[in-house]
Design a protein around this ligand. Structure first.
Ligand code: CU
Length: 109
C-alpha cells in the first residue's frame, strides 16, 4: 500500500496530514481534499488559523476534534477500513458561510 497524501507538508514529526482551517470566505480547509491509505492510522493536525472557532469531524469514521478555538490546534487519528469517500466538515458555527465548510477525504489503495 502506498501512503501518498495530498497535503502541504507530509511527515513533519509524527503528523501525517496538516490541515488549515479558515472560514469559507477566508480560504476554507486547506487542503480541501485529503487522500489517505486504507487500513492505516493517519494522524491529522488541524490548525485553526482563523479568528473564530472551528471544528473538524469525519462522522463516518467516528472522528471529531470538537471545538478548536481561534489560533489553536487539534490532532485526530483517522483510520478508514474500507475504500471510499468520507466527508469532513466544520462542526462549529463560524459565520454566514459555515455550511460551506465541508470537504472530502478519499482513500487510496
Ligand atoms: Cu467553521
Amino acid at each position: 500500500m502506498v501512503a501518498a497524501l495530498s497535503c502541504e507538508s507530509y511527515r513533519t514529526r509524527d503528523i501525517d496530514v496538516h490541515i488549515k482551517a479558515r472560514a469559507p470566505e477566508k480560504g476554507n480547509f486547506t487542503p480541501n481534499y485529503i487522500t489517505i491509505p486504507v487500513g492505516e492510522t493517519v494522524k491529522m493536525l488541524i490548525r485553526n488559523v482563523d479568528t473564530v472557532a472551528h471544528g473538524f469531524a469525519i462522522p463516518e469514521l467516528k472522528v471529531d476534534a470538537g471545538e478548536i478555538k481561534a489560533g489553536h490546534n487539534a490532532t485526530v487519528e483517522v483510520r478508514a477500513e474500507e475504500a471510499g469517500e468520507y466527508e469532513f466538515y466544520c462542526t462549529v458555527w463560524c459565520g454566514e458561510f459555515h455550511l460551506q465548510m465541508r470537504d472530502m477525504t478519499e482513500t487510496i489503495e
